[in-house]
Design a protein around this ligand. Structure first.
Ligand code: PLP
Length: 373
């Protein structure tokens, strides 16, 4: 196998980062860190400079998502994975229903299913690359699924479950979807994410829009005798977030990068602009795969194809691992498929920070590498 392929300079993208997270950070975000160096970095998160930064993040997100009346933005430390445990403790009254169609949806499903203080969860599964459909159940009080299953590139509709109990909560994992896919927050009670995907920041934080019904549920469960670790208690997160703080110390550079990305998206036209830009990039990948006789989109149903993660299967006679290796040697990185999927595949992130023209350049580079292999 040839690993010494040199891709001509004029074919290379301006930025070679196409990973699903951590993902491309824009230079302006790094500059924002430099500008925060004296006034903000290394200062207390209980004082005005950092609290104002948190407020800017919260208000910028409300603007971007056109948050309905009464929705609040909560923040906490630990990323989306920590939020799954928080949700099991602080959002599920008795029983959750999950859609599980890839790695991330399945992990949250396990968290509630194993919780000893909850009834066993209903877990509706489908083959990776497809999307299952939720079904109303009388005893379910939380419905949960990922908007974008980052491990497979399948995206699910975000709509309240027809026939669900009036006070059932819709809890959407938007870790890779938020900021890159359109959404109507009124169809959700909790829309949560981590900042290292479309928001192009570092990981380690979770952010959640919560509806008035979700806030009522958090208060309701906090008043019961359920034992909840303080770190995971969403009541603690709620109280701190309303004061523009987190319960424990956050990474300040992450907040600076996140705030910078929110401002960039809002200045360009907000979520509608972001969703158009990711759609443009994803359409390039799909058109390229359609025209190819050795590549095909992994997600068979076009309606389930994600605009922020494209997964492309290759014909057996082409080794996708060799393509990824040659690209990496030329500074074009992180298009390897999700490790546990085990397919002859490339996974290409088309998050909003990634320029559509760079996506086209990547496709040209893939064509070049295939010719040389
Ligand atoms: C990346 C990702 C996660 C995990 O996020 P962490 O911040 O690493 O915990 C969860 N859900 C989805 C859909 C993701 O893409």
């Amino acid at each position: 196998m040839s690993t010494d392929i040199t891709i001509p300079q004029n074919l290379l993208p301006a930025d070679g980062r196409f990973g699903a997270g951590p993902s491309k950070v824009r230079a302006e975000q790094v500059q924002a860190i430099v500008e925060a160096a004296d006034s903000l970095l290394g200062t207390s998160h209980r004082q005005a400079p950092v609290k104002n930064l948190v407020a800017s993040v919260q208000n910028g997100l409300k603007e971007m998502f056109n948050a309905p009346e009464g929705y609040e933005v909560l923040l906490g430390v630990g990323g989306a994975t920590a939020f799954w445990d928080s949700a099991a403790f602080s959002l599920v009254r008795n029983k959750a229903q999950h859609l599980s169609f890839g790695e991330f949806g399945s992990k949250f499903a396990k968290a509630t299913d194993k919780a000893p203080f909850l009834a066993a969860s209903t877990i509706i599964t489908s083959e990776p690359g497809s999307v299952p459909v939720p079904a109303a159940e009388a005893d379910v009080d939380v419905y949960a699924w990922p908007q974008n299953e980052t491990s497979t590139g399948a995206a699910a509709p975000v709509k309240r479950v027809a026939g669900a109990n009036d006070d059932a909560l819709m809890v959407i994992d938007a870790t890779s979807g938020a900021g890159g896919l359109a959404v109507d927050l009124a169809e959700t009670d909790v829309y949560y994410f981590a900042p290292q995907k479309n928001f192009a920041a570092d990981g380690g934080l979770w952010i959640a829009f919560v509806s008035p019904a979700a806030i009522a549920r958090i208060e309701e469960i906090a008043a019961t005798d359920r034992w909840i670790p303080d770190f995971l208690n969403l009541k603690t997160a709620l109280d701190n977030s309303l004061k523009n703080q987190t319960y424990n110390t956050p990474a300040l550079t992450t907040l600076v990068m996140l705030d910078s990305q929110i401002k960039w998206i809002n200045a360009n036209g907000g979520l509608a602009w972001a969703a158009e830009r990711t759609a443009e990039s994803a359409a390039k990948v799909q058109a390229w795969a359609e025209a190819s006789d050795i590549a095909a989109m992994y997600v068979a149903n076009p309606e389930h194809r994600s605009n922020v993660i494209s997964t492309v299967d290759f014909d057996d006679k082409i080794d996708a691992t060799a393509i990824a290796k040659a690209l990496r040697a030329n500074g074009v990185v992180d298009v390897e498929p999700y490790r546990k999927l085990g397919r002859n595949q490339l996974r290409i992130a088309t998050f909003v920070a990634i320029d559509p023209s760079d996506v086209q350049a990547l496709l040209n580079c893939i064509d070049y590498v295939i010719e040389q292999l």
